[in-house]
Design a protein around this ligand. Structure first.
Ligand code: ADE
Length: 703
């Protein structure tokens, strides 16, 4: 039955057109088969509208806009369309037409086409295009081409109008003279294929089609599901989705397959621009994810935001860790520093050789003055007031440890807002890395704090439970050994300040204290001294001019002022003069220490130098009378000289408070002398060995 119909169709074709009788190619044959398929279904359905005015100028494929579909009267009739341009008016007419008959004086030979491809017809006084086709309502959409009144099938058109280069498609002359390109592509329904993804395959599609719309490209779709493997070749507008996917490779000359993620089946697609390029397909390993922008948008946004969010979290976390680590480091370093001490006779490395201090773990100023550049305020809880000076108050305080109830005891020197300059000066001196010394108060950090009572400036240092030397001497009678330790450490501290190099040999700018006195010296647990209160200190920078030095003024505490300071006659030409004033003050402190040593015989109650001769806070004039006019110095009674060590100390003291600054010993020399005195105790008649055990201030140690 099918064979009969096929034969009938073939015969009909022979009579109805001038197509060669014998199909010239497989393409021809398939077209004829297509035709027969249609004729099996009876009369054709076509658009049927009279000539109606249109805006379609032929640039794009036009829609006839005809709303009427008719079943053609005779089975041999095909669908036809007529486009005219006359005096600027454009009309489209759609209808059924028997291709054996002329239409407006023209034979329509293209009726075997499945689409209505417009051909220009000669018609004086107007522009006339006509087309005919077989598919149902195929005269609804009109395609324009430059083919003028030529009889051909779709595949013939390719043959007849093949572009000279490999360039895409067939030219289409527009009624207004422009040329539009239409692609020539393989165009078959989904067909079974033996093609596998690891190979390159030919489509086996025998139909080549002029793509309907300009801009369309060739495409191929390879699918594999449980049932079979198919290949479909089509024309496709790449601006549109194809089975839910956009094809981005349409500029390619080859159809290179890319897998698209689909649930339940494997699908590969490709697109390309060369003529019939979808005839051969190539497989690659690239896989594209099927992104349904509408539904997957939140997912896509989330996924794309994950890396930056991840990075941001990592950065914040690292920063947090860094801050915690830094805080710990400060506390740990502090802990370590406060447990170490530099042995006076040890070789020193740059980092300062450290040893464990006495087994009572109080905080002692040791090998390093720290400078904390951390902007975060330390977790400090103020405890009791332990000292009140000219510019600031000193508190005992708790430096909390991160994790537990543990804390370190520290000293906090609080300057009120108005004393910024003093705080700044002392902070700057403390920040001098070369100041670090076991006989200089260990500095932790400086802070600016906003409190209820206004802005304050803090200096945080080691805390020494023995308090200052004046307080200590007032409360304690000391042994020769204590004297030797206190005096020796004091002189080493001053020598370090004055020195132009560190114990490690690094160059350093000498510093003068300018306010040395027993209340500015702290007593550490091992009964060594450390210097504090650097508010009046200056660097003896070689670049300082005489004017700079002169402007630094008469400073210090009158009771401890050297004669040349009292009369403001310091030799500004020589920076050593400033050191000499410190040496004078140090001599008075050494006298104070000696005055409380039981090696001198009867030890009187503590008295400051020039004790009862002057008021508690003598003025400069009163001190001038004593020190300059009367050349007065604290008394060294003969009884003191019976101890060999004390005798040497007293000689040293006398040389240090000489009226002539130049005649005074240097602080380095004093330190050396103390070093040499180490064993004088044993040689002495009177031993101080019955001395008390140094007090432990364990209440202040770390809990
Ligand atoms: N008085 C002044 N500074 C002190 C400190 N750091 N420790 C103990 N008492 C002090």
């Amino acid at each position: 039955m099918g064979g009969c119909l096929w034969l009938h169709t073939l015969l009909w074709s022979l009579t109805a057109s001038s197509i060669p009788l014998i199909p010239r190619s497989l393409d021809d044959l398939s077209t004829q088969l297509l035709q027969s398929k249609w004729e099996m279904n009876g009369n054709r359905l076509c658009k049927l509208c009279d000539a109606t005015s249109t805006s379609c100028n032929g640039e794009h494929g036009c829609d006839s806009k005809c709303m009427v579909t008719t079943s053609c009267e005779y089975p041999e009739e095909v669908c036809a369309a007529i486009w005219r341009k006359n005096n600027g008016t454009i009309t489209i007419e759609t209808r059924c037409h028997d291709p054996k008959l002329e239409l407006y004086g023209h034979k329509l030979d293209d009726f075997n086409s499945d689409r209505c491809v417009m051909k220009k017809k000669e018609s004086p006084g107007e522009t006339l295009y006509m087309c005919s086709c077989l598919e149902e309502e195929c005269n609804s959409q009109l395609l324009f081409s430059d083919v003028t009144d030529t009889h051909h099938t779709v595949s013939q058109e390719r043959t007849l109008h093949k572009p000279s280069t490999g360039e895409i498609s067939t030219k289409q002359s527009m009624p207004d003279g422009r040329i539009i390109l239409h692609a020539l592509c393989k165009f078959c329904d989904e067909e079974q294929t033996t093609c596998r993804t690891e190979t390159e395959c030919k489509s086996n599609c025998t139909i080549t089609s002029i793509c309907e719309k300009p801009g369309e490209v060739c495409a191929a779709i390879w699918r594999k599901n449980d049932a079979n493997i198919t290949l479909e070749t089509i024309c496709h507008d790449p601006r549109l989705e194809l089975y839910g996917h956009m094809l981005y490779d349409y500029n390619s000359s080859k159809c290179v397959m890319r897998e698209k993620k689909m649930i339940g089946e494997t699908i590969y697609m490709c697109s390309c621009k060369e003529e019939e390029c979808n005839n051969v397909i190539f497989f690659t390993e690239e896989t594209e994810t099927n992104i349904d922008w509408k539904n997957d948008f939140p997912k896509v946004v989330l996924i794309s935001l994950l890396p930056p969010i991840g990075i941001a979290i990592a950065v914040i976390f690292s920063f947090y860790c860094y801050r915690v680590h830094r805080k710990n480091k400060i506390s740990k370093k502090w802990e370590k520093d406060t447990k170490c001490t530099r042995h006076p006779n040890m070789d020193c490395s740059d980092a300062c050789a450290i040893m464990m201090d006495d087994d009572r773990s109080d905080i002692s100023s040791t090998c390093a003055n720290n400078l904390n550049h951390n902007t975060e305020l330390l977790p400090i809880e103020l405890d009791i007031l332990v000292g009140k000076g000219r510019f600031a108050e000193v508190y005992k305080a708790k430096l909390k440890q991160n994790t537990s109830e543990q804390f370190e005891t520290v000293a906090v020197k609080i300057f009120p807002y108005e004393e910024y300059a003093s705080w700044k000066m002392e902070k700057d001196i403390f920040s001098d890395i070369n100041l670090k010394h076991e006989n200089v108060l260990q500095f932790l950090t400086a802070e600016e704090r906003k409190t209820d009572v206004g802005k304050q400036y803090w200096l945080i240092t080691a805390f020494h439970c023995n308090g200052n030397l004046q307080e200590y001497l007032a409360k304690h009678i000391i042994s020769w050994e204590d004297l030797w330790k206190l005096g020796g450490s004091l002189s080493r501290g001053v020598a370090h300040l004055h020195s132009d190099h560190t114990p490690c040999g690094r160059p350093k700018t000498p510093i003068v204290h300018r306010d040395l006195k027993s209340s500015n010296i702290l007593v550490k647990n091992d009964l060594t001294c450390c210097l504090c209160d650097f508010g009046l200190s200056i660097w003896l920078d070689p670049s300082l001019s005489v004017d700079d030095l002169a402007n630094s003024g008469q400073v210090g505490t009158a009771r401890y002022m050297a004669p040349e300071v009292l009369e403001s006659r310091i030799n500004l030409e020589n920076v050593e003069s400033f050191k000499q004033t410190d040496v004078y003050s140090m001599a008075l402190v050494l006298w104070e220490i000696t005055s409380r040593c039981n090696a001198i015989g009867d030890v009187k109650d503590y008295e400051p130098p020039f004790g009862t001769k002057v008021r508690e806070h003598p003025c400069v004039e009163s001190m001038k009378d004593n020190v300059l006019r009367d050349r007065g110095r604290p008394e060294i009674s003969n009884s003191w000289l019976s101890h060999q060590g004390i005798q040497l100390v007293c000689e040293t003291i006398t040389e240090c408070w000489d009226h002539d600054p130049e005649a005074r010993l240097t602080s380095q020399c004093v330190a050396e002398r103390f070093n040499e005195m180490e064993h004088l105790d044993r040689l002495s008649e009177r031993s101080c060995s019955e001395e008390k055990i140094p007090e432990d201030c364990s209440e202040d140690t770390t809990i």
